[in-house]
Design a protein around this ligand. Sequence first.
Ligand code: AMP
Length: 421
Amino acid sequence: MYKAPRGTSDILPAEQAYWKYVEEKAISLCQLYGYQPLSTPLLEDSQLFTRTSASGTDIVDKEMYIFKDRGGHELALRPEGTAPVCRAYLQHGLFSLPQPVRLYYIGATFRYERPQAGRYRQHQQFGFEAIGDADSALDAEVIVMARNFLLSLGLIQFTIQLNSIGCKLCQPRYREILKKHYTALNSIQGHLCSDCQTRLERNPLRLLDCKNASCQEMADTAPKTVDFLCPECRAHFQSLQEYLSILGISFQFNHRLVRGLDYYTRTVFEIQPGKGTTQQGALGGGGRYDNLIEELGGEFTPAVGFAAGMERLILKLKEEKISIPPLPEPVVFIAYLGSEAKNEAIKLAFQLRQVGIATIVAVGDKSLKAQLKQADARGTSYAIIIGKEEIESQSAILRDMKSGEQKIIPLAKVAETLISR
Ligand code: AMP
């Protein structure tokens, strides 16, 4: 028996209502804030991720699905949504539109991770990006949108965590100071995990969010990014906090928040689920990535964005027992007995659908009981039953599936009767 690959899943009809619910909330949020949809391919040139500041991180170095196609081109299944959006922005000259350009996407993302609750190898991300302005009011807009998205889903148990990690000018100095801190402590305690030993050289910022207990201890006493910001980054972070406070948005400072991709500058933020949640990791996260577009060959173009994992949101909706609207089901099921009645049933189903009544018609030669069982399983409100007698009298039996009540009506009046009900 074949199974879906490890870390991937089928979304069966019973689950689809959650997906539709989250997608619809995402789309109406973006409409409300003036963000336009953008779809990019699942496949990208692998260098989009490996030759930019996205590299040097686990997501790109260890978890990316990468392969050569039949023409020998090295491609990657996208491990995240921001770099593809920036690639599209440059490729299609969106920089010539009035800036910032506000875009959103919903699509699959692939990471070769160890599957567990809320962590999969294929997951669906909803993300939005505002490209082309450095104004911290845009950072505030994106943070507020992320918050309001969760609230619109009915989720209330979450916190916004915020930090600023500086820019090209101030971050190098901070990195050196951080390196010194860890090197000094490690030479006394010698507790740095093997991943962090590599991080110490390649990207010391990531030392701060290592989940290993002994590394976490060293992170607790580490110097804070915010204490080493240049005056421009400090002013940017300060004004962002002012905008958030004008809007009454509460947040927590998290000095260890650095995010999983190395292209972030200045603002970084994450939405953490409240206590007692069974799943791992943030519900969503984002930040500013002022240098990414320049790294991809464009002009200097500051930008800010956010992405959330749909599976994690759905897990949270279930955990918090938030009821969601069911998907619409067909209204009527047509059952028949005998071949003459079957012809009539097929014709009637065709006519009902023509006038917009969602209809399922039986097939094969099952017993009436089996046909009604099927109608019941699909939750249709009505069944229409046509047998030999009904054909002779040009009538049909209309059965209310909830009450079991049955009524004979003229065959020509089925649509009219259903519409009136
Ligand atoms: P990231 O780019 O890692 O911050 O991912 C953005 C969001 O996608 C996270 O906050 C999660 O909600 C979700 N996410 C990331 N990785 C996974 C995964 N492996 N499985 C499910 N959701 C994920």
